[in-house]
Design a protein around this ligand. Structure first.
Ligand code: GLU
Length: 424
């Protein structure tokens, strides 16, 4: 069986890292469980009830940091795994933050705008004692937006009776958000990808890209890569995927998706598709699973976890995988790619641009002084490429994958901070 719990996947790579670092079992144990779990049931005015979580994994390197997702699968196991990955991610890019994650188990597609606002405020009412600019700083994640961060900020400041904009990042610009935060997850990954292909002597014009997921990470990645000259051959959303060997224009596809409601609806009504239009645009409607296995050089999973397993890894044709989603590959898939010489740029590095610009947002909020977009971009690029270079060198030296290399460097930093605090 291939699909394991994402938390088990974390424990597996953690223990491999501990072995490489020769950590004692008592130290390993401290890294296996979160420091705090806050779990409540929230209820909104129409009587609907939801599970709400905040997992605070580790704060040895700084306040807990990480997003909140609204998703039917956001249960405690998933949120715990994502919180652990945040602690690793912040250590990978060496920003002074720990790791946490939150969630509300709900289907936001079945909730109206008022209900979304109510659950956002209800989450803050429960979590307000545990979050704060120097305590724990949430942010957007799957199906949460700058608008939701705005509601949460407002609720928190109402409870505390003062302005504390650094309590949450990924806010709208008007409420103290940072320039560059919206595109940061994708942009950080693109900086690394451009650096990597230059190292192997390739040009964007010669490379095709398939992207699973057309949300914040996937859509911006498609757009930025397209502007660099990569050919975007496939994109998808939760309803299905579009493939074109001649390449798609992400902006055009995005505006049509907004008009029709989904990518598939651009060409189909229900299961009936307009074959003439498909033919004249040179497009095929495929499934999300088919997208992963399509003909391309670079595959970017930018949606949910656990989508690439030992059941489909052998069929994947890409030679480079850039993980913009959190946890899209199982450890078994990782082993298959290692054996097949497929390069995997791991989530804890590839998508760390988001939290890095969140850190810049926090710094700007604390100083109440805002940076120009160029300053955000040049600092983001420096951090991403610095981290990539360290991870690449360590992986070459130790003959281990980029994921193991990133984990070992991050675990070493977390353990050092715990030691210096006398926690271990
Ligand atoms: N949700 C994003 C992530 O998984 C961003 C977290 C943040 O900005 O704190 O990295």
């Amino acid at each position: 069986m291939s699909k394991k719990s994402p938390f088990k996947n974390y424990l597996e790579i953690l223990s491999e890292s501990a072995k490489i670092l020769n950590l004692s079992s008592s130290i390993l144990e401290k890294l296996q469980e979160p420091q705090n779990i806050h779990q409540y049931e929230i209820e909104i005015s129409n009587g609907k009830k939801f599970n709400a979580y905040r997992v605070q994994f580790n704060n040895a390197r700084g306040p807990y940091k990480g997003g909140i997702r609204f998703h039917p699968e956001a249960d405690i196991q998933e949120v715990k795994a994502l919180a652990a990955l945040m602690a690793i991610k912040c250590a990978v890019v060496n920003i002074p933050l720990g790791g946490g994650k939150g969630g509300i188990q709900c289907n936001p597609k079945e909730l109206n705008a008022d209900e979304i606002q109510e659950i956002s405020r209800a989450w803050v009412q429960k979590m307000a004692p545990f979050i704060g600019p120097r305590q724990d700083i949430p942010a957007p994640d799957v199906y949460t937006t700058p608008q939701i961060m705005g509601y949460m900020l407002d609720e928190y400041e109402k409870i505390k009776g003062k302005s504390l904009s650094g309590v949450i990042t990924g806010k709208p610009l008007e409420l103290g958000g940072s320039l560059g935060r919206g595109t940061a997850t994708a942009q950080g990954g693109v900086y690394i990808l451009l650096d990597y292909i230059a190292r192997i002597g390739k040009n964007p014009e010669d490379l095709t890209v398939a992207i699973q997921g057309f949300g914040n990470a996937g859509y911006h990645a498609a757009n930025i890569l397209h502007s660099h000259g990569f050919k975007i051959v496939a994109v998808s959303d939760s309803k299905g995927a579009l493939y074109s060997k001649n390449g798609l224009d992400p902006q055009l596809v995005h505006s049509k998706k907004l008009e029709k409601g989904s990518l598939k609806n651009i060409y189909c009504e229900g299961e009936v598709c307009d074959s003439e239009k498909l033919m004249s645009d040179g497009v095929k409607v495929i499934t999300n699973e088919e997208l992963l296995e399509c003909e391309c050089d670079i595959l970017i999973p930018a949606a949910l976890d656990g989508v690439i397993t030992d059941e489909n890894a052998e069929n994947i044709k890409a030679s480079i995988i850039l993980e913009l989603a959190n946890g899209p590959l199982t450890p078994e898939a990782d082993d298959i790619f290692e054996k097949n010489n497929v390069i995997v740029i791991p989530d804890v590095l590839a998508n760390a641009g988001g939290v890095t610009v969140s850190y810049f947002e926090l710094v700007q909020n604390i100083q109440n002084f805002y940076w120009k977009e160029e300053e955000v971009q040049s600092r983001l690029k420096e951090i991403m490429l610095g981290a990539f270079s360290d991870i690449l060198n360590f992986s070459t030296q130790k003959k281990i994958t980029l994921r193991k290399s990133a984990f070992v460097l991050a675990v070493e930093r977390i353990v050092k901070a715990m030691e210096l605090r006398g926690r271990i």
